[in-house]
Write a protein that binds this ligand. Sequence first.
Ligand code: 3PY
Length: 253
Amino acid sequence: MRKKIVAGNWKMNLTLGQAEQLINDILQAGLRLKDGQEVVLATPFPYLLKAKSLLKNTPGFYLGAQNSASEKSGAYTGEVSAEMLQSVGVDYVILGHSERREYFQESNATLARKIDLALANGLKPIFCCGEPLEIRKAETQNEYVAKQLEESLFHLTEEQLKNIVIAYEPIWAIGTGLTASAAQAQDMHAFIRAQIAAKYGREAALRTTILYGGSAKPSNAEELFACPDVDGGLIGGASLVAADFIAIIQKLG
Ligand code: 3PY
């Protein structure tokens, strides 16, 4: 059985006090996660240690970062390495979010290096892929996403792939309020799984968790999570509101 995950991507939001309040509100809901269900909170870097102590090893709850460096260590002012994240107890790291690709020029090749370093330091990458609007309009989204997978992930061994979570985030649905329909999400998730099967075999494909991201919210999470190849969500804005995030987690079933 593959893992079902709801991961909150807080992006560059909240003060430390607000972050503490949000985590406490989420924990106080006393959610009982089923076997194989996980919740990840991907906080800004300065809040990771505090978040770690607030989560206090709550079963099923994991700590995430939103990025890590493509170099191991050294003179890279402002960067945060995978080893540093590991040393403060981070479990997951989001890599290749479209905002990183667009505003910080992260290429598929750079992301391949980040993935390798994250894995080498015991972190589980949540690798984001997805197409911009013009590619969707041209109906070439499958080729576009296949190239992202090929160039950033498909150099990994099957063993390494076990620690990868994939998040499909159509860029046209990020921060726009637009969401892919459940059918569009399912089509792409099935396509991604087929790509994995072609490269690593059916078993590897069936065990890979593939999340949907892009304006997922309480009102659409149930329909999205009901799709056979959608294994949960990477949640942006709605992860900043405790009631919304809790409602989305509950839609995991
Ligand atoms: C969104 O939902 O907007 C996201 O970018 C999630 O990562």
